[in-house]
Write a protein that binds this ligand. Structure first.
Ligand code: DGT
Ligand code: MG
Ligand code: MG
Ligand code: MG
Ligand code: MG
Length: 259
């Protein structure tokens, strides 16, 4: 077919291929979710339904993109790990990031009512997205440890902060109480003043959510009408510690890692 005289405009497009043979981490993060969570009356510091909605969006993204081997989420963010040899969209950055971000966002809106049947979505939420490339397995593991540590630090602080505020302190007073305190002091404050054992709080709040594909055996009926057991990989959410070795020892071979 003859090319039009306008065809040359394509030459202005940039090549944005990501490096070969590197782990790709796409992180999506809610835009202005400080305001969004306030406007929608999310429970502070953790809204179980809001976090479950985030998990649902991530599960659906993983079901659509088979190259994602693991996802980790906390607060208003989710990180998706694409395997090193992934050839999705010829590894073009903008195609990969924009598609994952928009699928995540549309899922957030699409599933909102299932998680908040009595709450109207007041305005359209949006998420930003970025990609980071990790050539080294240890860097990838450290990235995930970084996000889970962030979850822990923020959650411990926020749990103290809101306990203080709910007990009658102003936000400024609560900030002053917490300024300069270390983890053990925050744990002690929760226990002695509010009878809260931090380690007994829900794992989803303390550790965030990890999604991987787990092999499960399913009983089905084959074409001849016989009962057969088939193995199927289904995405499963857990709230495991991904900083310690245990998780990786259990899942290394599945994920193509060797820690
Ligand atoms: P950004 O990402 O630069 O557009 O700004 P934000 O406002 O999204 O800030 P970010 O992402 O650093 O922090 C997440 C905010 O979302 C933070 O203010 C707390 C809020 N948030 C996340 N999950 C929950 C929740 O379960 N309950 C409540 N009440 N707030 C939450
Ligand atoms: Mg941010
Ligand atoms: Mg945000
Ligand atoms: Mg965030
Ligand atoms: Mg098209």
């Amino acid at each position: 077919m003859a090319k039009s005289k306008y065809e040359y405009v394509k030459k202005f497009e940039r090549n944005d291929s990501l490096l070969p043979n590197t782990w790709l981490v796409i992180r999506v993060d809610g835009r202005g979710f400080h305001k969004f969570s306030d406007k929608h009356g999310f429970v502070k510091p953790n809204d179980q339904k809001a976090l479950e909605l985030m998990n649902k969006c991530a599960e659906n993204v993983m079901n659509d993109f088979r190259d994602i081997v693991l996802a980790y989420g906390q607060s208003d963010e989710y990180s998706f790990v694409l395997k090193k040899e992934c050839s999705l969209y010829d590894r073009r950055e903008t195609k990969i990031v924009s598609t994952i971000v928009s699928l995540f966002t549309s899922n957030y809106v699409f599933n909102w009512n299932k998680y908040f049947p009595d709450k109207e979505l007041l305005y359209p939420p949006s998420f930003d997205g970025r990609v980071v490339q990790y050539p080294d397995d240890n860097n990838l593991r450290d990235y995930l440890s970084w996000r889970q540590t962030d979850c822990h630090i923020n959650n411990l602080y926020n749990t103290c902060f809101w306990a203080l505020v709910h007990s009658g302190k102003t936000e400024t007073e609560a900030e002053n109480v917490l300024r300069g305190t270390v983890s053990s002091e925050k744990n002690e404050l929760l226990y002695s003043q509010f009878n809260i054992n931090y380690n007994k709080l829900p794992e989803m709040y303390r550790k965030g959510s990890v999604i991987i594909r787990q092999e499960v055996e399913m009983n089905t009926i084959n074409q001849k009408g016989l009962d057969v057991t088939r193995k199927k990989n289904i995405v499963t959410v857990s709230h495991e510690d991904i900083i310690r070795d245990e998780f990786w020892k259990k899942n290394n071979s599945k994920l193509g890692l060797k820690f």
